[in-house]
Design a protein around this ligand. Structure first.
Ligand SMILES: [Zn+2]
Length: 259
């Protein structure tokens, strides 16, 4: 009865070894993730990776793309090198609505982006978050590569389309942390456009309020009687004397009360 016992022990040992090997991937020694069947974790938890497989790496980690369709002033459909189609939302700016709802200057902003970008070769620079909740790529759109990771201000002004939209008054600043690489400059560009009454800043401002309420958390500002403004927690409340003061602080007008 000794031999079968030894054989059984050997068999069990071999099985355990086999199981141990199968449980690890050969290259990394890491236990494979079976929970998500190979799916990527949510974008927020991923480190910044400027280039995905199949994308063409441009200068300074930028991704080259060709614009195949302009959805509206701040949203594009592009084709990457592997012919993959992706929707891109420009970071840090917001153009007036021109699709579901038409806001003043929305059609103009959309037409301008189409005239500048449709069919054009562009380079995408990403910030901290790769995609938004809709799965769109978040990017700064370069018309020409900036030639470095921290480009000079004049380079940004002349080559980055997000900056161009602000300078010409086709867009307002919309700062969504943590994607804030150029946020301070964007506020400055918006201020210049406003002072020169360019684009949407030339529209007449009606119904001015004696003061406005800002929400330091959402970075939006409201009319005093807006219910969303009134819901602002006391600790996040910021009072502005004028809408210009709120805009220069980088706050975005509320979509509901449109201050
Ligand atoms: Zn409001």
């Amino acid at each position: 009865m000794h031999k079968p016992k030894i054989l059984a022990v050997l068999l069990v040992t071999l099985m355990l070894l086999a199981a141990g090997c199968a449980g690890r991937t050969p290259d990394t020694g890491q236990v494979p993730d079976t929970s998500g069947k190979g799916q990527k974790p949510p974008a927020q938890s991923q480190p910044v990776s400027p280039v995905e497989p199949g994308e063409e790496k441009g200068p300074a980690g930028l991704v080259a793309a060709t614009v195949t369709r302009v959805v509206d002033g701040d949203t594009l459909v592009v084709r990457l090198k592997d012919r993959k189609s992706e929707t891109v939302r420009l970071i840090g700016v917001n153009t007036p609505e021109s699709t579901r709802e038409v806001e003043p200057y929305g059609k103009e902003a959309s037409a301008y982006t189409r005239s500048r970008l449709d069919g054009r070769r562009i380079w995408l620079e990403r910030d901290v978050q790769e995609r938004d909740h809709y799965g769109r790529i978040l990017a700064y759109v370069w018309l020409e590569p900036p030639g470095g990771v921290n480009p000079a201000e004049d380079v940004i002004r002349s080559r980055m389309f997000n900056a161009e939209l602000l300078l010409k008054g086709y867009a307002q600043v919309m700062t969504v942390p943590p994607n804030v690489k150029y946020a301070d400059l964007f506020v400055q560009l918006q201020r210049e456009a406003r002072e020169k009454k360019r684009g949407l800043w030339g529209l007449e401002v009606k119904d001015r309020e004696p003061y406005y309420i800002g929400n330091a958390r959402s970075r939006k500002f409201h009319r005093p009687d807006c219910e969303y403004g009134r819901q602002t927690a006391p600790g996040n409340r910021v009072r502005f004397a004028t809408r210009e003061e709120a805009l220069d602080a980088g706050y975005e007008p509320c979509n509901a009360c449109k201050p």
